[in-house]
Ligand binder design. Structure first.
Ligand SMILES: NC(=O)c1ccc[n+]([C@@H]2O[C@H](COP(=O)([O-])OP(=O)(O)OC[C@H]3O[C@@H](n4cnc5c(N)ncnc54)[C@H](O)[C@@H]3O)[C@@H](O)[C@H]2O)c1
Length: 377
């Protein structure tokens, strides 16, 4: 029988729901040493958090996260709130001896992230950061192919994360749902929000990034702030592109924007090696494109691998070969890996310390753009 693991969820927005779905489904499909129990949901508005708790099956609610952390019946805290709250909550949660599953980006900047790493390491609590794209089976399979040496020496890594939802100049900044446009709540714009995902996957697949040269742009300079009702300067980056060197000698090219009309969440990545190349696209997330130079000449070409078979990552837990899974399953997989790691007493990657590497790259990118110069990570 799996042991109960009592979850305290902070925030009920997009990620609060995605993670809760993961906790609810995981034991139905994975054989694990622990079973998450939806013990308490926490957010500021009593009625709204009660409605969320009722709908999703949480046993109780809190309206102050400090109260949640005082509770003896909470084992693990899930931090699904805007970025400016991550540090304070995680430091307090670590001091209270709670395990922590924190949303990305880890923190507002590297200094905050370092404090958070020290706090969880000092407290010795299990910790992980929700860079969930690692656990899309096709991306996990890309990692396996690279680690097996099938690409050989890597020359190029490129990634894009394109959206178009902030083109409207009348969109306000700040407050519920629009905190991403307010640097005081988000830390940065697309760099911490979107590129952080691309950077985490890149470091995982291709190793460390050593130095960067970046440009950012804020296309709409002023927006009404929801809190004050006044026009205020916009200080997030609406778009960011950067090039970089990896420690393995390969070159990287990254682009992210919320001004690519027609794109909603187009995360794509490509890796070019001496022996093979691979490509992945979030809009076709169950497929991995693969080109193998060792194929017989006349048959050589890009293969579109439908990652849905039992010998492909995670897929033996789901349906029958040929039937794919979706976005939400990446969160189910992260919960499964977290619970399995707890059973083994091993870290669940990315840990806070792993996520700090991404934070360092984000800081170097913003620093490079501001100073118009190359920056070491
Ligand atoms: N892994 C991913 O792919 C992914 C996707 C989206 C968001 N995120 C990250 O998840 C976090 C949350 O983003 P979201 O899209 O779910 O935001 P959201 O705006 O949908 O939800 C935020 C939640 O935080 C709650 N909240 C705000 N202040 C609070 C406080 N003081 N105490 C308790 N609750 C509070 C709000 O009530 C809301 O429920 C962010 O760090 C974001 O970067 C990650």
């Amino acid at each position: 029988m799996p042991k109960p693991l009592n979850i305290g969820m902070i925030g009920y927005g997009f990620m609060g729901r995605a993670h809760t779905n993961g906790y609810k489904r995981v034991n139905d499909f994975f054989d694990l040493p622990y079973r998450p129990v939806l013990k308490a949901a926490c957010a500021r508005d009593k009625e709204k958090v009660q409605a969320f708790a009722d709908n999703w099956g949480y046993e109780s609610i809190e309206t102050d996260w400090r109260k949640l952390l005082e509770r003896k019946d909470i084992d693990a805290v899930d931090v699904c709130v805007p970025n400016n709250l991550h540090k304070e909550i995680c430091l307090a949660a670590a001091a209270a001896g709670k395990m922590i599953l924190c949303e990305k980006p880890l923190a507002m900047n590297t200094a905050e992230g370092e404090e958070m790493c020290q706090a969880v390491e000092k407290a010795g609590v299990a910790n992980t950061v929700w860079y969930n794209y690692r656990r899309v089976p096709a991306v996990t399979m890309a990692k396996q192919l690279i680690d097996e040496g099938r690409l050989g020496k890597v020359f190029h890594y490129r990634a894009n994360f394109l959206q178009d939802w902030t083109i409207n100049a009348d969109l306000p900044q700040g407050g519920n749902a629009l905190w991403r446009l307010d640097a005081a709540a988000a830390g940065s714009g697309v760099t911490g929000d979107l590129l952080a995902h691309c950077i985490d996957t890149a470091i995982w697949l291709n190793g460390s990034i050593t130095d960067v040269s970046a440009m950012t742009e804020t296309f709409i300079k002023e927006r009404t702030h929801t809190a004050t009702g006044k026009k205020q300067k916009v200080t997030i980056d609406d778009a960011c592109s950067f090039m970089c060197h990896f420690g393995n000698g390969s070159l990287g090219l990254f682009e992210s924007t919320r001004y690519a009309r027609g794109h909603k969440a187009l995360y794509t990545l490509e890796v070019n090696g001496e022996k093979a190349s691979l490509k992945w696209d979030l809009h076709d997330l169950h497929r991995l494109q693969y080109f193998d130079y060792s194929d017989e000449g006349k048959l050589r070409g890009w293969k579109s691998i439908h990652v849905s078979d039992g010998d492909q990552p995670y897929m033996n837990k789901w349906w029958v070969p040929g039937l794919q899974i979706g976005y939400e399953h990446s969160f189910v997989h992260q919960v499964a890996d977290f619970l399995a790691s707890l059973g083994k007493g091993t870290p669940c990657h990315p840990t806070f310390r792993d996520a700090l590497e991404t934070q360092k790259v984000c800081d170097a990118v913003l620093d490079s753009a501001a100073s118009r110069s190359w920056k070491n990570v």
